[in-house]
Write a protein that binds this ligand. Structure first.
Ligand code: NAD
Length: 303
């Protein structure tokens, strides 16, 4: 069955450019009513302009879709609340939220001002928190919601010069993990996208030939899946250049040391066994780790 979004209302942050713009057009093309949010600043977050978001709205309307723009700064909760109130007044619901807005302030950690660190956290993490908070109770009351966080390989795996960005992008995954647990009973699914695409964020770090393969559209088809009624929950979908994968965090089974053996030398001596990945498990809640270790300790008591 094909995926469609008629009667669904979607808010996409940072949708004036790049991936957000592409997600907005893809959702509108499949019938969603779209709020095109964008502050309209430069790549480093300076400046503001409604022009880019308005262009996307005009494009959607020209294709026969419904859309309006809102220039809320996602880092400002009052502005975000205003955007959600306008959406409710116009269309009466919010089914989909894509937390996509983002900026870069790259520098090696030794040269990074804390102000640049905080701003990146404010936009990526607090921007996602603000927008989610503003729609959360609406989605709970509707008993329906699909939320997409935008993470990054830079957060999951590291990237020189991006301590601020990497920390923020990992933080949205922590946010997702618990939100997905809390939203489950109200049919709110929360997932994350780890994209790689040619946009103004990447245009000066990759050769044009490679950028040509990394289309925004190839990433947006993955987002459509995460916005669907049958979307998974708590999945990290990685997408780029027509390649798709999932990313997960696993924990090794580990070892147990009795009280007398609990010293750093023994941990070092058993490093190979404790880091043996053959019995890796993805743990469904934080409590599962406690459970695993306590079970090992109890098994040792009984033996
Ligand atoms: P982009 O710069 O083309 O688009 C980001 C948009 O967010 C811009 O239109 C910008 O005006 C808007 N924005 C920035 N701050 C905002 C704020 N405070 N409030 C509202 N809007 C704001 O970048 P992109 O590459 O399309 O990135 C989109 C998302 O994907 C970002 O979260 C980025 O970190 C993530 N990402 C991109 C790549 C990639 O390869 N392009 C890789 C990993 C993650």
């Amino acid at each position: 069955m094909s995926i469609g979004f008629s009667d669904r209302v979607a808010i996409i942050t940072g949708a004036g450019n790049g991936l957000g713009r592409s997600h907005a057009l893809a959702l509108a093309e499949r019938g969603a009513k779209v709020v095109v949010n964008d502050l309209g600043g430069a790549r480093d977050g300076t400046g503001a302009s409604p022009a880019a978001a308005e262009e996307v709205v005009e494009k959607i309307k020209a294709l026969g879709g419904e859309a309006f723009s809102h220039s809320a700064d996602v880092a400002n909760f009052e502005e975000v609340q205003d955007m959600v109130a306008e959406t409710q007044a116009k269309w009466g619901r919010v089914d989909i939220l894509i937390n996509n807005a983002g900026i870069l302030r790259d520098k090696s950690f030794s040269n990074m001002d804390l102000a640049d660190f905080r701003l990146v956290i404010d936009v990526h993490l607090m921007g996602s928190v603000n927008c989610t908070k503003a729609v959360w109770n609406i989605m709970r009351a509707q008993n329906y919601g699909r939320i997409v966080m935008t993470t990054s390989a830079s957060g999951m795996y590291g990237n020189f010069g991006q301590t601020n960005y990497g920390a923020a992008k990992m933080a949205v995954l922590g946010f997702m993990n618990t939100l997905a647990l809390e939203g489950g009973k109200n049919n709110i699914h929360v997932n994350a996208l780890a994209p790689t695409a040619g946009t103004r964020m990447t245009e000066d770090i990759l050769p044009a030939q490679i950028i040509g393969l990394m289309t925004q559209e190839s990433v947006s088809v993955g987002v459509l899946l995460l916005c669907d009624e049958d979307a998974p929950t708590r999945t990290i979908l990685c997408a780029g250049a027509g390649g798709y994968a999932t990313a997960s965090m696993f924990e090794t089974d580990g070892i147990f040391l009795s009280k007398a053996d609990q010293n750093p030398e023994n941990i070092r001596n058993q490093w190979q066994s404790l880091s043996d990945t053959s019995k890796n498990k993805a743990l469904l809640t934080g409590g599962k780790q406690t459970e695993k270790f306590v079970m090992k300790a109890m098994a040792n008591m009984q033996s």
